[in-house]
Design a protein. Structure first.
Length: 172
């Protein structure tokens, strides 16, 4: 049974991963990519209905887990364990300011993406039973509502087409 879970939430897809399933070794798909490139790649995978199919492939799932673990490790204030075993990592489309499209496009092109993505780690919570879909949904909703003020503060950083814009409008 999974002791901890990271819910990867992209523009269109949600993938749950077990961070302990990664051995920490570098993943071949990620060689030569810096942290920002890896976030853009993961965001691309979780956009336009690619994520669930890719997550069914063990190699892609391992790469997703590697990226999420590395991102989580860089967040010194967030620790998963007995008191908090569930966290959402959102990967949402970044807004490309007028006049900067070429620069942003070259960043996206490095990983074959059509957009660049911003990562946000929500506040972790405790879920007693990962098999309880209602409990997971409640934890997800709570984490997103707690993140809403942060999303609102930087709303202009997200593309107009980003799902976070709808979340902000609905919970204004």
């Amino acid at each position: 049974m999974t002791a901890t879970m990271i819910r990867l939430m992209g523009e269109t897809d949600i993938v749950d991963i077990d961070p302990s399933s990664h051995d920490g070794a570098p993943h071949p798909r990620l060689m030569g990519l810096d942290a920002a490139d890896r976030i853009n790649l993961l965001g691309h995978w979780l956009d336009q209905d690619r994520g669930e199919a890719l997550a069914d492939d063990a190699d892609y799932r391992a790469a997703m887990t590697s990226i999420a673990n590395a991102y989580l490790a860089d967040q010194s204030d967030v620790v998963l364990g007995a008191d908090a075993n569930f966290v959402i990592l959102t990967l949402l489309r970044e807004k490309w300011p007028v006049g900067s499209k070429a620069r942003f496009q070259s960043v996206a092109d490095k990983v074959g993406a059509q957009h660049t993505y911003l990562a946000h780690l929500c506040s972790p919570s405790k879920v007693d039973d990962f098999g309880d879909e209602a409990a997971l949904k409640q934890a997800e909703t709570t984490q997103l509502m707690l993140a809403l003020p942060a999303f609102k503060r930087v709303r202009k950083s997200f593309a107009n087409s980003s799902a976070v814009q709808t979340l902000i409008r609905q919970n204004g």
